[in-house]
Design a protein around this ligand. Structure first.
Ligand SMILES: C[S@@+](CC[C@H](N)C(=O)[O-])C[C@H]1O[C@@H](n2cnc3c(N)ncnc32)[C@H](O)[C@@H]1O
Length: 307
């Protein structure tokens, strides 16, 4: 054998996925914005350029991209390496609960583990057929509200955010999904603009990153709005306010489902007497809790005192 082994020149989509994967891996990027590995990100990038959604890519791995598509693949890999922006922002696309969403730097890249539970209609924890009204608090791109509208076709969904920028992106997605009649966007600081309104289900993925974690975030996260991430010293500033007010916005028998990420430890420590039901995902994640309206009422004094 003479000299190092050379890769054959890339030709098929699979070759180009492997090519992109190698470059992404070498650059030691961070993957946490919808995919977990360099290979998955490479497949998403190549699939996007050739117009194939993730679920259809496998059947086309032996196709050859056109010269124009190749240029795009190369350019996107280059941009990803030099800017360290999450791929979703470069593609202006994110997938959540099996649905495509428009995204840009005005919103957090959709990736909440809550999407898994929405697809399962929160079984076995809630009576799905009884959900007629739902609220997505802190909606960002609108991804949770839209996924809820799909999962609970009999429901009407309100989606709130404090950010005009986020609501503008959510509006694009609501229109794109043809859900204008069922998903209402409301600018509101948490429940402020929802006085007297009650829901069967409240779902939220609020900001929950602690001060220390904000300081050590990988570069990719620094392209996301800080308003979507930062939640005070322990990451609990927003969730505690939600816990203090949620009961006033739930119908009897209703429930609050909230994601709190790494802050789940601090939350459980702050309220040791509260029976948070930590939902377990396929990957073993336990950062989403459910509390019923009755439990929120029972422990309301603790939440109000802490808010
Ligand atoms: C973690 S992001 C979640 C976005 C989206 N739900 C998702 O899962 O991708 C949190 C969102 O909360 C919004 N937000 C922050 N503070 C808020 C407040 N006080 N009231 C309402 N929304 C707020 C931010 O603008 C951001 O869009």
């Amino acid at each position: 054998m003479s000299g190092p082994l050379k890769y054959p020149p890339p030709q098929t989509l699979l070759d180009w996925i492997r090519w992109a994967e190698r470059h992404l891996k070498r650059a030691k990027l961070y993957y946490g914005h919808g995919v977990e590995t360099a290979l998955d990100e490479a497949a998403w990038l190549v699939g996007h350029v050739v117009g194939l959604p993730p679920a259809e890519l496998e059947a086309h791995l032996n196709d050859a991209p056109s010269p124009a598509q190749l240029e795009k693949i190369r350019a996107l890999v280059e941009q990803r390496l030099t800017t360290r922006k999450p791929l979703a922002y470069l593609l202006k696309e994110a997938w959540f609960a099996g649905l495509p969403f428009y995204v840009d730097e005005r919103v957090l890249v959709p990736r909440s583990i809550t999407g898994e539970y929405i697809l399962e209609r929160f079984q076995p924890w809630i009576e799905a057929n009884k959900v007629r009204t739902a609220l997505d608090l802190c909606t960002g791109s609108g991804c949770i509200a839209i996924a809820l509208a799909h999962a609970f076709p009999q429901s009407r969904v309100d989606a709130t955010d404090i950010s005009d920028d986020a609501l503008a992106v959510a509006r694009i997605n609501v229109e794109q999904c043809g859900l204008r009649e069922r998903v209402k966007l409301v600018k509101s600081d948490l429940f402020e603009r929802l006085t007297g309104v009650r829901y069967d289900l409240i779902v939220t993925n609020p900001p929950y990153v602690s001060r220390d974690d904000m300081e050590s975030l990988p570069q990719e996260y620094r392209h996301e709005p800080a308003l979507a991430l930062a939640a005070g010293e322990h990451g609990l500033d927003i969730i505690v306010k939600i816990l203090a007010q949620a009961h006033d916005h739930l119908n009897p028998g209703g429930a609050l489902v909230a994601e709190v990420g790494n802050s789940h430890v601090a939350l459980a420590q702050a309220f040791p007497g509260v029976p948070f039901l930590w939902l377990t995902s396929e990957s073993g994640d336990e950062s989403v809790f459910l509390l019923t309206a009755a439990q929120l009422e029972q422990h309301r004094a603790h939440f109000v005192a802490a808010a």
